[in-house]
Design a protein. Structure first.
Length: 118
């Protein structure tokens, strides 16, 4: 199991930027990938971005392509989500998740709130 702690959320105006961090501990040596998900009020949790831990391959939801960048620092066991050109529609609780295999269930962090004002 992997323990995850997110940080970096906050309130920002539309067009602004934030960088989220997700620090992992525990069975980090066996991680296959880490991802970011978000859940807005009244909506289901949705995929935002993911990165494979060893190779660094990335994938993004269409809604954030070109605005968000996921990265990782293996030495620090930390993943990042750089969010630029933020829009009010990006307002949500952002969760970090990790899994050991592509078919494994994910371990989740507690979430961090991102609020984008007009």
């Amino acid at each position: 199991q992997v323990q995850l702690v997110e940080s970096g959320g906050g309130l920002v105006q539309a067009g602004g930027s934030l960088r989220l961090s997700c620090a992992a501990s525990g069975r980090t040596f066996s991680m296959y990938d880490m991802g970011w998900f978000r859940q807005a009020p009244g909506k289901e949790r949705e995929f935002v971005a993911a990165i494979t831990w060893s190779v660094g391959s990335t994938s993004y939801a269409d809604s954030v392509k070109g605005r968000f960048t996921i990265s990782r620092d293996i030495a620090k066991n930390t993943a990042y989500l750089q969010m630029n050109s933020l829009e009010p529609e990006d307002t949500a609780v952002y969760y970090c998740a990790a899994r050991e295999r592509v078919w494994s269930s994910r371990d989740w962090g507690q979430g961090t709130q991102v609020t984008v004002s007009y």
